[in-house]
Design a protein around this ligand. Structure first.
Ligand code: NAD
Length: 418
């Protein structure tokens, strides 16, 4: 039986070229891939992966395959799949179940097909695959050694599953590696969110009031890049320390109900629900643009937007114009889904190099430690995090200092003071 479902296999050669292009910027993954090819640490291990089907994911999947894994992929978002990459991966012998623009029913059908691979390892981005496995396919759990989770929202969901006593196998929170969130979430989401919005709208950032909801790692990155392009950045937050940090980083901070009245563009990146709600939509300026870069399309209350609208039309690809009953027009990008993946290509390969190096090394770690890891959400082992940083620096030909014996002694002693 065919274990893949893609849009069009004739796109494979374009996909192959783009995968190759991304690989130039993934030197750490290259080093791991070469070692995996020799050592085969994942020999015969069945993996089900639910990830954005992009050129960078392709390079990770090929690395895991090189390590001996039998991997089947599905998409972690209905709008992020690059159909040419999916076609190329199938040609490389990696079954992919993902079609850009698929409806929710097909999205879950594809997750189920990926699970039909009877995974021993799961690789998830947002925890939809793990949630399906725990609720609808629990019969498969006995064979699962462990899993990894790529993003903040997925880690939040898994920790909540663990707290509820429902988690059935160990999972490593790849998102929480320093070599992941400090770079991927900040510089990756920062640059690619601006890229997605620019591609969708041809928006001039200079002089615009850009409202960023959520000053987490992604919010930091988007704010920094918008500021660099000349925008007046306004941050909304619920955590006092992060709000204070935003103030001292030079941004205006105010509640969303106040920001709603002045913003030209709104970017949600909180991992929360209805951050832009009906009351906020009701006071926005005519022409305001709404975009989301958080994992799920629930950050902007789209049903409320629809209920306020008199009419709706697509005015450009990925730009929906809602004309409200009072004649104001609001523009929703990419149906409120991750704008950086839906309207651009997601994070640049150079940053995914580190995130996916963590993925590959954590999967290897899970196999090496099979049976001995406690059933909980684990942090990335510090040694893996450091190794990724070392390899990345090495690939950039950057050397750093090492502690002298005297410094080591000083830093671990208490005797010496004023
Ligand atoms: N677009 C991408 O490619 C991409 C990449 C990485 C992460 N993500 C997703 O982006 C989201 C944010 O990730 P992060 O790593 O920045 O998380 P984070 O936890 O570091 O930051 C989220 C911030 O949002 C704030 N927040 C929560 N509710 C809020 C509200 N109602 N109003 C204002 N602020 C609110 C929190 O206090 C927190 O400071 C997650 O859903 C994550 O999965 C997307």
């Amino acid at each position: 039986m065919k274990n893949y479902d893609i849009k069009d296999s004739s796109l494979a050669s374009a996909g192959r070229q783009r995968i190759e292009w991304a690989s130039r910027e993934m030197p750490v993954i290259k080093i791991i891939r070469e070692r995996f090819a020799k050592e085969k640490p994942l020999k015969g291990i069945r993996i089900s992966g639910c990830l954005h089907i992009t050129t960078e994911t392709a390079n990770l999947a090929l690395t895991l395959k090189e390590g001996g894994a039998d991997i089947v992929l599905c998409a972690s978002n209905p709008l992020s799949t690059q159909d040419d990459v999916a076609a190329a991966l199938v040609e490389y012998g990696i079954p992919v179940n993902a079609i850009r623009g698929e409806d929710d029913e097909t999205y879950y059908k594809h997750i189920n097909t990926a699970l039909d691979n009877k995974p021993q390892l799961t690789v998830d981005d947002g925890a939809d695959l793990v949630a399906t496995l725990h609720t609808k396919r629990a019969d498969l759990i006995a064979e699962v050694i462990g899993g990894t989770e790529e993003t903040t929202t997925g880690v939040v969901r898994l920790r909540s599953l663990e707290r509820a006593g429902g988690l059935r196998y160990p999972i490593i929170a790849v998102n929480d590696a320093q070599t992941k969130y400090l770079f991927d979430n900040r510089y990756g989401t920062g640059q690619s969110t601006i890229d997605g919005i620019t591609r969708a709208t041809n928006f001039l950032w200079a002089g615009k009031k850009v409202v960023i909801c959520g000053y987490g790692w992604c919010g930091h990155g988007i704010a920094l890049r918008a500021k660099g392009l000349g925008s007046q950045v306004i941050v909304t937050e619920v955590k006092p320390v992060r709000a204070l940090e935003a103030v001292m980083d030079g941004y205006q901070v105010m509640p969303i109900i106040e920001a709603a009245r002045v913003g030209d563009i709104f970017i949600t990146v909180t991992g929360d629900i209805n951050v832009i709600d009906k009351a906020h939509l009701q006071v926005m300026k005519d022409g305001a643009i709404l975009a989301n870069s958080g994992h799920f399309n629930v950050e902007i209350n789209i049903p409320a937007l629809e209920s306020l609208a008199r009419s709706e039309r697509q005015i450009r690809p990925l730009v929906d114009e809602y004309t409200l009953k009072d004649s104001r027009r609001l523009y929703l990008l990419a149906e409120g889904r991750l704008v950086n993946l839906a309207a651009a290509e997601g994070h640049p390969a150079s940053v995914m190099d580190m995130s996916f190096a963590n993925q590959a090394l954590c999967l290897e770690y899970m196999v090496k430690n099979r049976g001995s890891l406690e059933i909980k959400v684990h942090p990335v082992p510090e040694e893996i995090d450091k190794q990724v940083a070392r390899l990345k620096l090495q690939s950039m030909s950057i050397n750093i200092d090492t502690l002298t014996p005297e410094q080591k002694q000083y830093l671990t002693s208490w005797e010496q003071g004023t």
